[in-house]
Structures are given as structure tokens and as C-alpha cells.
Design a protein around this ligand. Structure first.
Ligand SMILES: NC(=O)c1ccc[n+]([C@@H]2O[C@H](COP(=O)([O-])OP(=O)(O)OC[C@H]3O[C@@H](n4cnc5c(N)ncnc54)[C@H](OP(=O)(O)O)[C@@H]3O)[C@@H](O)[C@H]2O)c1
Length: 262
């Protein structure tokens, strides 16, 4: 049976590879991304800046108006931010894009899920580095690209706990994908060389995602780090922290205001 699959960050990297592979299998794929040039090469492209709250809510409305039953949601959008940038709603961009858009897409699309749905969140589960700066989630006091990425990774771990069931947290490991253009020249060059030597091909990284879409796990939450299924009692998946994050996110969304109809 053909599935309807929404891919956040489906114009490049692992998301794009999934979009094209599932289209080839006959699925209906809805692809979200910000770059219309890349969007020409993927199915059902919807242009959206997922770091913008209102845009994310708008695209959720667009999706559900046209595709009222969704089988799978793949969350893959991310971008490195060497400098701290604020979105229109005054949020730090890495937080807004890598974490908050995934929160909104999961919450906004769940009411439209079919009988055997799955959310696959591609991030960094299993990594223990990085801290959630509870008193400064927007990193106003001390910003760093790696600091922001690691915090958002830990937030996504907790997002799986918040938004289970039907949830898979997936750390693919070093993969020959990832937009390096925001990085300084030297970092780009070093990463390109490292990727040539050590990274896996994108097709390898997405293999398990196909299985989860074809046969969604029965467990409410599954966490897989580079092929290893993780125990769910990890400190990074702490339920009390997940409740704390859910409350903080709802407070922040209420404060950010904007268009809540999505
Ligand atoms: N690559 C690795 O080695 C690796 C390892 C571990 C974990 N991961 C995680 O895996 C996920 C996917 O990584 P990847 O390597 O496939 O990344 P990628 O090739 O850089 O693709 C990122 C996707 O996000 C989209 N995107 C970025 N900013 C956006 C915005 N403001 N609005 C809408 N879409 C936006 C991009 O589309 P546009 O360009 O069209 O905006 C693109 O489709 C990420 O969460 C990453 O952290 C990657």
C-alpha cells in the first residue's frame, strides 16, 4: 500500500534521498525545504522557512488541507549557524529550526495520522555531550555553533519522550551529507576530507528509515544510535526533563504568539 510521507528537510541530504527513494516506490511524498532551486528536483515541494514559527504553522495547514491522512513524518531539517541569529519571533535560529519546528510538525500533523503511523526524528540520540541551558534556551549569554547544535540535539532526544507513541529517534552517524556552506572555508575543507575518508554514503544512513516506515515499531519510543538500539532509561531521555521541556516550550509558544491556528 502506498504511504503518504511528509519530510521536513527533504530537499537535501538524507531527507532528499528518502524523498526520491519513496517516490520511486510509489509513495506520496510531501517535501519541505527553504530552497526553491533544490525544490525543483523533489516531489510535492512546499517552500517553507522552518525556523519561522508562522511559516511552519502555515505549511502544516497547507499539508493537512491537501493530505488529510499521513502515514509517516520524517524530521531531517537542520543547518549550522556559526553566528547567533534571531528569527522574526526573537528565537535563536538553531533552536527554532532544529528543535521547535520538529515540535510543531509532530504536534500539528499527529491528528491526521493513519492507523499505523511513525515519526522518525533524525538527530543525535545516544550522544551525551551538550547541555540544555534551561535558564537561557535561546543562548543569549553565550552562543557557539557546536553549543547550539548539541543543545538542540538533547532537546530532540526529549522531544521523542514528549511526543511518543509512534516515535523513533535516530542517530545515523557520520554521513556524506550536510550543507557545509554556512561554515568557514577551513572547516568546510577539513570536513570534506573527513567525510571522504570516514563518512557512510547517504543510502546506507537511510536504510533503517525505510524499515521504520514500512513496519512502524510497536514500542511507543525507539532510540537507535548508529545501528544500536538504546535503552530508554538513558539520562538524555529523562521523563522529568521531558515534562519540563514540554512546559517550557508551551510557555515559549504562548509568549511568541503569532498565528496559532496551525
Ligand atoms: N550528516 C551527518 O553526518 C549527520 C550525522 C548525525 C546526525 N545528522 C542529522 O541528520 C539530519 C539530516 O542531516 P543531513 O546531513 O541530511 O542535512 P542536510 O544535507 O544539510 O539537509 C538539511 C535539510 O534541511 C533543510 N533546511 C535547512 N534549513 C531550513 C529552513 N530554514 N527551512 C526549511 N528547511 C531547511 C535543507 O533544505 P533547504 O536547503 O532547501 O533549506 C535540507 O533539505 C540533521 O538533523 C543532522 O543534524 C547528520
Amino acid at each position: 500500500m502506498a504511504k503518504t510521507i511528509v519530510i521536513g528537510g527533504g530537499t537535501d541530504g538524507m531527507g532528499r534521498a528518502m524523498a526520491l527513494a519513496r517516490q520511486a516506490r510509489g509513495d506520496e511524498v510531501i517535501t519541505l525545504g527553504s530552497n526553491p532551486d533544490k525544490g525543483r528536483h523533489v516531489p510535492n515541494f512546499l517552500r517553507v522557512d522552518l525556523s519561522d514559527l508562522d511559516e511552519t504553522r502555515r505549511v502544516i495547514r497547507e499539508i493537512t488541507a491537501k493530505w488529510p491522512k499521513i502515514d509517516a513524518l520524517l524530521l531531517s531539517a537542520n543547518r549550522q549557524g556559526p553566528r547567533r541569529v534571531e528569527t522574526a519571533q526573537g528565537l535563536e535560529r538553531t533552536f527554532a529550526l532544529y528543535y521547535l519546528s520538529r515540535y510543531l510538525l509532530g504536534a500539528g500533523l499527529r491528528p491526521y495520522f493513519g492507523d499505523d503511523p511513525v515519526i522518525v526524528n533524525v538527530a543525535g540520540v545516544g550522544v551525551t555531550r551538550g547541555t540544555i541551558h534551561w535558564d537561557d534556551l535561546q543562548l543569549t549569554r553565550k552562543y557557539g555553533m557546536v553549543r547550539a547544535q548539541l543543545q538542540a540535539g538533547r532537546l530532540n532526544d526529549l522531544l521523542g519522550v514528549i511526543q511518543q507513541p509512534n516515535y523513533v529517534l535516530y542517530h545515523p552517524g557520520f554521513t556524506r551529507s550536510g550543507d557545509l556552506t554556512p561554515l568557514p572555508w577551513a572547516a568546510r575543507k577539513a570536513l570534506k576530507i573527513a567525510a571522504k575518508l570516514k563518512a557512510q554514503p547517504v543510502e546506507e544512513a537511510i536504510r533503517p528509515i525505510h524499515d521504520w516506515i514500512d513496519r512502524p515499531p510497536a514500542a511507543p519510543l525507539t532510540a537507535v544510535d548508529r545501528g544500536r538500539t538504546l535503552p530508554l532509561d538513558l539520562p538524555t531521555l529523562n521523563p522529568a526533563n521531558a515534562r519540563r521541556l514540554a512546559a517550557a516550550t508551551e510557555r515559549l509558544l504562548a509568549r511568541a504568539g503569532g498565528d496559532r491556528s496551525g
